[in-house]
Design a protein around this ligand. Structure first.
Ligand code: SF4
Length: 698
C-alpha cells in the first residue's frame, strides 16, 4: 500500500462496461495506486485491470509530439513494423503544421469527391462528449453518415434485435438486479473474465439461491456456481433457444395475460418453434432433451428471471437471430419490466453504451433517431445549421470494403485500432494503407497509427474530464488525475480544431458545454444536467425529474415501440458462414483474457497485467493436443483461409474438442488475421466467434 500521495481523484475505470468508480492516488504527476470507490455498480470492488492497469498512461511509449509521414515512407499494409524506429517512417511536426495537414487532406477529399469519400471511426473508450462531437464533425464537416465505432464489432446485432423487438438498444435493468432474480441465464458471456465485478454479483446471487443457468460452448468459471451448465455446440444457439421456446409454449408456461397486453407475434412464434422440440434439437446443439426441458421450465416458472448475454451471442452471422430468441424468451414469459427481470447485453467497453447513445453509428443521430427520417433530419439541420446526408452511412467492415473499392479515400480515426480489431486483418490493413489520407488521433503509435499520414497525440482517460455511460445506463463522471505528457492535447480540443479548420466555426469553452448541447438533443438525458452528474457522480437514465433518481428498470408499462408492444421475430436455423471441412477441420473462436483488454494497446503497456499474460497464445483442449502429438508451450501455427498466425500452445480444458481459442490482443499473434469478415445481415457484425481453421507446422 502506497502511503504517500499528493492528491486523490474520484474517477471511473477506463476498461470494461461495468463502470467501476475509482479513487486515483497521484504523486508527482504519476498514478501510484487505484482503489475502488463505493459506486452503484461496484460497491468499492475492482478487478485486476481496474486496480493494476493504470501505468499505460505513464508509458514512455506515449505520443508526445504530432507526427507526419515522411514522403518516402512506405505505407504499412501488412508489414510487421515492430522494432522499426517510428522516426524512419514519420517526422515530428508542429501542431500548426500537423493540424493544417490533417484538416487540409480531409477537406481536399470532401471538396473534390464529396463527403461520401470520407469516413470516421470514433471510440467507445472516449467520453460521451467526445463521441457526440466526433459524430457531429463527421456529419456536419465531412457531410456523410459514414461514422462508426467498435460497437459494430461487439453488440451491433443485439442492438438491432432490441430496437426491433423492444424499441431500445439499452439494457432493461442493471446487472445488480441479478440479486433480486430467482433465475439468471448467462449466455455467450464470460463475466468472470470480461466483466469481473459484475461476476461477483452473479456469484452472490447464486449463493443466495438464484438459479444460475450458464450457456457457453467453452467452459468457464461461472459454471462452478451454476445450477445448469450447457456447453452447447458452437454456432447452434438458435437451435438451443428455439427448443427452450418450444417447451415453454408446448407446456403452456408462458404468461398469456402479459402477451395479450404487451406482445405481438406470439402466434407466428408458436408456429415457428413447433418443429424445434428438444428431442429434435438435442443432436444439433449437443444438449440432452431432458436438460433443455428442465432449463426452459426453470426460466419460465421462476417469479423473476433475467438474461445476460455477450459476444458469444452477438458475433455471429446469425447474431441478430440469437438476440431475437432471447427477447422472445423474455416477452412470452413476462420476464421484463420488473425488478429482477429483464434483458441485459453486457457492454464490453467503458463507454460503448454512451458512444452509441451519442450517435457514433452510421444509421442514427443521437438517441437512435434514424438519419433517414426526414423530420428528425430536419431538426438536426436546423440545430446544426446545415444540410445533412439523407442516407445511412457505411458500417466498420463496409467502410474497409469501400476503401478497397475506391469509394472512400480519407479517414479520421480517433482512439480505435481497426488494424488489430477488424476481421480479416490483412484485408483491413491493406485498406488503411490504400487511403489517400489518414488522420489518427491516439495516445500510442498503434498498429493503425502506423498507417497514418498525420498522427495527433491525444489524451489518456486519466488526463481528461468527461462523462461515461456504463452497461447499466449509469452516466458517470471521469476526472483528470494527470497532466498531459509533452505536447499531447485533449481529444475534444483536437476535434474542435479540425472542425474549425474545415470551416465549421465551433466554439466550445468547456466540456460541460458539449454535454449541455448533447443533452438538449437527447431526450434520454432529460433532467440529467452536467451539474447533477458532478454532484451525484452517477445518474441512471431515463430520469423523470431533476431531483428523482433515474429509472433503473424500464419497460414497466409497455415498450418504446410505435405501438407500445414488444415484437417477437421468429428465427430459423442458419449455419455459421464457414463450417469445418477436411481442409480446415477445427473451429476457431476468439475473445479476451482477464488481464488484457480489447487490442491490448493499453493493457500490454501496463506492467502487472502484461507480466501475467505476456505473450500470444492459442488454447486447445488437452486431449486434442495429445491426439495431434503436440505439446503445451510449443509454438504452433493456426491457419484459416485468410492467413496463418503463430502462437504459443496452451492446454485448456475449457476449450471444447475440435476448437481453438485465441485472444485478439496480441500483435505478435494477431487472431484477427484469421477471422471471417462475413456479416450478420441486420447488425452488420462480423462472425468473430466461428470460422474453420487448422493447425500447421510453425
Ligand atoms: Fe474496470 Fe470492468 Fe474491472 Fe470494474 S470490472 S475494475 S470497470 S475492468
Amino acid at each position: 500500500v502506497v502511503q504517500e500521495f499528493d492528491t486523490v481523484v474520484d474517477s471511473v475505470c477506463p476498461f470494461c462496461g461495468v463502470g467501476c468508480q475509482t479513487k486515483v492516488a497521484v504523486k508527482d504527476n504519476r498514478i501510484v495506486q487505484i482503489d475502488g470507490r463505493d459506486g452503484p455498480a461496484n460497491e468499492s470492488r475492482l478487478c485486476v485491470k481496474g486496480r493494476f492497469g493504470y501505468d499505460y498512461a505513464m508509458s514512455p511509449e506515449r505520443l508526445t509530439k504530432p507526427l507526419i509521414r515522411r514522403d518516402d515512407a512506405p505505407k504499412a499494409g501488412d508489414i510487421d513494423l515492430r522494432g522499426v524506429d517510428p522516426l524512419t517512417i514519420f517526422r515530428e511536426a508542429t501542431w500548426e503544421e500537423a493540424l493544417e495537414r490533417a484538416a487540409g487532406g480531409l477537406k481536399r477529399i470532401r471538396d473534390e469527391h464529396g463527403g461520401q469519400g470520407l469516413a470516421g471511426f470514433g471510440s467507445a473508450k472516449g467520453s460521451n462528449e467526445e463521441a457526440y462531437l466526433f459524430q457531429k464533425f463527421v456529419r456536419q464537416g465531412f457531410g456523410t453518415n459514414n461514422v462508426d465505432h467498435c460497437t459494430r464489432l461487439c453488440h451491433a446485432s443485439s442492438v438491432a434485435a432490441l430496437m426491433e423487438g423492444v424499441g431500445s438498444g439499452a439494457v432493461s435493468a442493471p446487472f445488480m438486479d441479478a440479486l433480486k432474480a430467482d433465475c439468471v441465464i448467462i449466455i455467450g458471456a464470460r463475466p468472470a473474465t470480461n466483466h469481473p465485478v459484475a461476476a461477483t454479483y452473479f456469484k452472490q446471487a447464486a449463493k443466495r439461491g438464484t438459479k444460475l443457468i450458464v450457456m457457453d460452448p467453452r467452459g468457464q468459471e461461472m459454471m462452478r456456481h451454476a445450477a445448469y451448465s450447457l456447453r452447447f455446440q458452437p454456432g447452434s444457439d438458435v437451435a438451443m433457444l428455439n427448443a427452450l421456446l418450444h417447451v415453454i409454449i408446448d407446456e403452456k408456461l408462458y404468461d398469456e395475460q402479459y402477451i395479450q397486453a404487451n406482445v405481438s407475434g406470439f402466434r407466428a412464434l408458436e408456429a415457428k418453434v413447433r418443429d424445434f422440440s428438444p428431442e429434435a434439437m438435442a443432436e444439433v446443439c449437443g444438449i440432452e432433451a431432458d436438460v433443455l426441458r428442465q432449463v426452459a421450465r426453470t426460466y419460465a416458472k421462476a417469479e423473476r428471471s433475467m438474461i445476460f448475454w455477450g459476444m458469444g451471442v452477438s458475433q455471429h452471422t446469425h447474431g441478430t437471430d440469437n438476440s431475437r430468441c432471447l427477447i422472445a424468451l423474455a416477452l412470452i414469459t413476462g420476464h421484463v419490466g420488473r425488478a429482477g427481470t429483464g434483458l441485459h447485453p453486457l457492454r464490453g467497453q467503458n463507454n460503448v453504451q454512451g458512444a452509441s447513445d451519442a450517435g457514433l453509428i452510421p444509421m442514427y443521430f443521437p438517441d437512435y433517431k434514424s438519419v433517414e427520417n426526414i423530420d428528425i433530419r430536419g431538426q438536426y439541420e436546423n440545430f446544426w445549421g446545415q444540410t445533412l446526408d439523407p442516407k445511412r452511412g457505411l458500417t466498420v467492415v463496409e467502410i474497409v470494403d469501400a476503401i478497397h473499392d475506391g469509394e472512400i479515400r480519407g479517414m479520421y480515426i480517433m482512439g480505435e485500432n481497426p488494424a488489430m480489431s477488424d476481421p480479416d486483418q490483412s484485408h483491413a490493413r491493406a485498406a488503411l494503407a490504400k487511403l489517400e489520407h489518414l488522420v489518427v488521433q491516439d495516445i500510442f503509435l498503434t498498429e493503425t497509427a502506423w498507417h497514418a499520414d498525420v498522427v495527433l497525440p491525444a489524451s489518456a482517460h486519466a488526463e481528461k474530464l468527461g462523462t461515461y455511460t456504463n452497461t447499466n445506463r449509469q452516466v458517470q463522471i471521469g476526472r483528470p488525475a494527470l497532466d498531459l505528457p509533452g505536447e499531447a492535447r485533449q481529444d475534444l480540443d483536437l476535434i474542435v480544431e479540425l472542425a474549425n479548420r474545415m470551416g465549421l466555426g465551433w466554439n466550445y469553452g468547456h466540456v460541460s458545454e458539449v454535454y449541455t448541447e448533447m443533452a438538449q438533443v437527447m431526450p434520454s438525458l432529460k433532467h440529467i444536467s452536467w451539474e447533477r452528474i458532478e454532484r451525484e457522480e452517477s445518474v441512471v437514465y431515463p430520469a423523470d425529474g431533476p431531483d428523482v433518481p433515474g429509472n433503473e428498470v424500464v419497460f414497466t408499462s409497455g415498450f418504446p415501440t410505435t405501438d407500445g408492444r414488444g415484437r417477437i421475430v421468429p428465427t430459423d436455423l442458419l449455419p455459421p458462414d464457414e463450417v469445418p471441412d477436411d481442409e480446415y477441420p477445427l473451429v476457431l473462436t476468439t475473445g479476451r483474457l482477464l488481464e488484457h483488454w480489447h487490442t491490448g494497446a493499453m493493457t500490454r503497456r501496463a506492467g502487472v497485467l502484461n507480466a501475467i499474460e505476456p505473450y500470444g497464445i492459442a488454447a486447445m483442449n488437452p486431449y486434442e493436443i495429445k491426439r495431434r502429438g503436440l505439446s503445451q508451450g510449443e509454438v504452433i501455427a493456426v491457419e484459416t483461409r485468410r492467413g496463418t498466425v503463430e502462437a504459443i500452445l496452451r492446454a485448456d480444458r475449457e476449450v471444447a474438442d475440435g476448437m481453438v481459442f485465441m485472444p485478439f490482443c496480441f500483435n505478435e499473434s494477431p487472431a484477427n488475421k484469421l477471422t471471417n469478415p462475413m456479416l450478420d445481415p441486420y447488425g452488420k457484425i462480423p462472425e468473430f466467434k466461428y470460422c474453420a481453421a487448422q493447425i500447421v507446422p510453425a
